[in-house]
Every structure is written in structure tokens, then in C-alpha cells.
Ligand binder design. Structure first.
Ligand code: 0X9
Ligand code: ZN
Length: 301
């Protein structure tokens, strides 16, 4: 069974990641950013041309902040696999750039979608005396926290948590990004579904960031690269203007709070959250071209 023809469980994902790290020790490092509510690792992979020197810039890409968005993890693991299998071809792109991947930000939610509820979105934070559980990790970041498109009702799908950054999954990501804030030039948060590339700000309508021109043109180039594989067409804009307002998301936090110049949320294709297994490889391949295009722009900063 090929890795990209089925949806792996948490433990299979971790072995795939540590397998890559041990197969390419000079180019790839496995690390845990912290642990989830239920104690699982928030696992990261660092990919660069030389693990002994520290590249000046970082391209950060994460997936599956929402448990049910299975396809997103696969595309990020495919990126790791393809980069490492063809490192020579990507020498220029990786010049002084480290690619840092977190394919499964919400391992508890992801496992829960395999065991109990296929369409679970949030993490698995339990509250004593409450029947409802879970915080939406993509409403828990500390930028305009709980301002719009988020809820303080813990039964809501967009429950923002007790305070900004209250969740271990969120703070693992924040700790990494804050520690590396001067090196991280790209933050890509991969979600599904809808074929969108969102740039900031998503917290409110008609909030245009100063560098909107750059944000748009890089997104346009990535969308063009994605389209080359089989014609998939993405829509580019802010989530507030083309989908809905939602505050406390990673994209706004990375750009607005940390000053990371290229910050996006990708919504992968699919007619629903579940993408058939036979389509995994195609989504991985087309998205790969987009990822590489985004990473290419990191070396300009
Ligand atoms: O609602 C979300 O978190 C994202 N869509 S999803 O269907 N995958 O849940 C979109 C987030 C876009 N970014 C901002 N609104 N800031
Ligand atoms: Zn999502």
C-alpha cells in the first residue's frame, strides 16, 4: 500500500517523518514542538541543504489544524518526500532557505476523526462538567482574538478557547514562530476545502494590509503553478471578502503580530472534507508545484 494512496493514522505519520529523517540525516531533522492536549507530539520536519549550518530564512508550512481535513497532511508529507528525493533539482530554491513542516498540528482531533467522528474539526480539550469539548485552533491565535467569526460558546465549532493561545497545539506553533520570527519569511497554513488562497486580513472585511500587492502576486504565481497539472483553478483574496470573517487565525497572527511577510491560508480542492483515496496523489502533485512556488519567493527576503 503506497503511502499516498490511503490516509495514515498518527503513528504511521510519525514513523514516515522519522523515517525520512533517518534516511536523509544530512538534510532532514525530526523534532517535536510540544505535546497536544492528549499528549501526542506536534511533530516537525526541518529540511535544508545542510543540517549543520542554519539557513538565514525559513519557509514554514503546517497542516491539519482542523482534524477532519485529512488531505492537507498528505500534501505536506508529499512535499517533504519530493524535496528530499530530488534535492539536487531544488538546490536553487533551497539556497539559504530551511523548509520547516508541521504536517499534523492537531493530532488529537485527527485521531478522533479516525475513531469516532469523521467530521470533527476542533482539538480535544475537555472541560469538567461540560458535555461539549474542543477548541478551534484556528480561532485561538492572539491576533484580534475572538473578534469576529469566533465564539465563546464551547459547543460551537469555532470556539476560540478561554484566552488567546490557551491551547498546547497553538502555543507549540507560536513558540516555534516567535523564536524564529526574524528568519521565517513564509507561513502557509493548509486547510480544506474550496480552492482558495487567502492572504491577511481575515478578521474583518475591508482591512487591506500594506503589502497587498506582493501578497496577491505571489499567490497568483502559486495558483498558476498549481493549475498546470490538471487545470485546477484557485480563487485569491481575503477570507473576510470571499468566504467569511474569522479572527484568531494563524494567517493574521503570522503577518499582523509577527511581521512574517508572506502569510497565507490555502484551502485545497474537494467537494467536501473527505477526498477519495484515489485522488490523494493528484492533489499532492498539483499542490506540490504551488508549495515550491511559494518557497521560491522566500529567498527574495
Ligand atoms: O475557518 C477557517 O479556519 C478556515 N477555513 S476552514 O474551512 N478550513 O475551516 C479559513 C481561515 C481563513 N483565515 C482567516 N479568516 N483569517
Ligand atoms: Zn480548516
Amino acid at each position: 500500500r503506497g503511502f499516498f494512496s490511503h490516509y495514515p493514522r498518527y503513528s504511521e505519520i510519525l514513523s514516515f517523518m522519522s523515517g525520512l529523517a533517518s534516511r536523509y540525516p544530512q538534510y532532514c531533522r525530526y523534532e517535536s514542538l510540544g505535546r497536544s492536549n492528549e499528549g501526542r507530539h506536534i511533530a516537525g520536519l526541518s529540511i535544508s541543504l545542510n543540517t549543520r549550518t542554519r539557513p538565514r530564512r525559513v519557509a514554514y508550512i503546517q497542516a491539519a489544524a482542523h482534524g477532519r481535513e485529512w488531505i492537507t497532511t498528505q500534501t505536506v508529507l508529499y512535499l517533504a518526500y519530493e524535496l528530499l528525493s530530488n534535492l539536487r533539482a531544488f538546490q536553487r530554491v533551497l539556497q539559504d532557505v530551511e523548509v520547516f513542516l508541521v504536517p499534523l498540528v492537531n493530532p488529537d482531533g485527527y485521531e478522533y476523526t479516525h475513531t469516532s467522528d469523521r467530521f470533527w474539526r476542533k482539538n480535544r480539550h475537555r472541560y469538567a462538567g461540560h458535555a461539549c469539548s474542543g477548541v478551534d485552533i484556528n480561532r485561538n491565535f492572539g491576533n484580534h482574538w475572538n473578534y469576529q467569526g469566533a465564539s465563546q460558546n464551547l459547543c460551537s465549532e469555532v470556539y476560540s478557547g478561554t484566552s488567546p493561545n490557551s491551547e498546547p497545539e497553538t502555543s507549540a506553533v507560536v513558540r516555534y514562530l516567535e523564536f524564529n520570527r526574524h528568519r521565517v519569511k513564509l507561513s502557509l497554513d493548509v486547510h480544506s476545502f474550496g480552492k482558495f488562497i487567502f492572504y491577511p486580513y481575515g478578521y474583518a472585511k475591508n482591512t487591506v494590509p500594506p503589502t497587498v500587492g506582493t501578497l496577491r502576486s505571489v499567490a497568483l504565481r502559486a495558483a498558476n503553478q498549481i493549475g498546470k497539472y490538471r487545470g485546477t483553478r484557485y480563487t485569491i483574496g481575503t477570507s473576510a471578502s470571499i468566504l467569511y470573517e474569522a479572527s484568531g487565525s494563524l494567517d493574521d497572527f503570522a503577518y499582523g503580530s509577527l511581521g512574517i511577510p508572506l502569510s497565507y491560508t490555502l484551502e485545497l480542492p474537494g467537494d467536501e472534507f473527505h477526498v477519495p483515496s484515489s485522488d490523494i496523489i493528484h492533489v499532492c502533485k498539483e499542490t506540490f508545484a504551488g508549495f515550491v512556488e511559494f518557497i521560491r519567493h522566500v529567498s527574495l527576503y
